[in-house]
Design a binder for this molecule. Structure first.
Ligand code: DC
Length: 237
């Protein structure tokens, strides 16, 4: 379903606040790989739904909207693998899709089987023919099950709440810790208990608990594993 002509396909899954984005971005930068945060796709669908006052819990409505977004994206053929460029061209500042309002609604959008099915080919297209680090909830299990290396990042609830709280404060949102905590718990529940393609640990994933670890140490550890695998891969060509 997807091709690999050089470098590795790396997946990073895990719950909100486990450190996925920071780790995935830096790993990709360091290795010169592409980086895709698939959560941004679900966030973008949610952003468009809220902008048009659509009911995020209505499956048919979200099906039509997500289909439309995937069509728009695939039509812009020349930039087909650049998610950020696509968002920019549509005047979506990445910050807008990372607001508390989107946090509250995104898991309702991501629960619909139709939405997930619509986004599968697009995510595979984004990973086609290039070394990549792709992060999300079902990347190692459903989207790229044949990936070369799979990581599952996790952390305890308190650590994840504090990380998310600090991140929102830094962006200028006035939130309180309790609110952020209940939002994370609610999102975890919705993401891991949905019927279709829930958040699960892929059976061949390397599990990394980031709770008591400095994020730079996590990056170093992940990089060591990746570089070891890269060397093995080069030796076998
Ligand atoms: O990684 P994130 O917190 O930005 O993701 C936002 C939401 O999108 C998350 O609560 C669940 C959903 N999501 C998903 O269901 N599957 C993915 N592969 C990525 C994200």
């Amino acid at each position: 379903m997807y091709h690999k002509n050089s470098g590795l396909i790396i997946t990073i899954d895990g719950p909100a606040g486990a450190g996925k984005s920071t780790v995935a971005r830096i790993i990709a930068q360091t290795l010169g790989y592409s980086y895709i945060n698939t959560g941004d796709l679900y966030r973008y669908v949610t952003f468009c739904a809220l902008k048009e006052n659509l009911n995020v819990k209505k499956s048919e409505v979200m099906n039509a909207l997500s289909k439309n977004i995937v069509d728009q994206f695939t039509k812009k053929h020349q930039h087909k693998q650049n998610l950020e460029l696509f968002f920019e061209q549509n005047n979506i500042i990445t910050d807008k899709i990372h607001s508390p309002d989107i946090d509250k609604n995104v898991s309702f959008v991501a629960r619909h089987e139709s939405v997930r099915r619509n986004l599968i080919p697009l995510q595979r297209l984004l990973a086609e023919n290039r070394p990549i680090v792709m992060e999300g909830r079902d990347i190692g299990s459903v989207i790229l099950p044949n990936a070369d290396l799979k990581f599952f990042l996790m952390a305890d609830e308190k650590t994840r709440t504090i990380r998310r709280y600090k991140e929102l404060l830094k962006k200028g949102y006035h939130v309180n810790l309790q609110e952020v905590k209940s939002e994370i718990i609610k999102r975890d529940n919705l993401d891991s208990k949905r019927e279709f393609s829930p958040l699960t640990i892929p059976k061949d994933a390397i599990i990394v608990d980031t709770s008591d670890k400095n994020i730079n140490d996590v990056i170093k550890m992940v990089l060591r594993v990746v570089q070891g695998r890269e060397n093995k891969y080069i030796e076998n060509i």
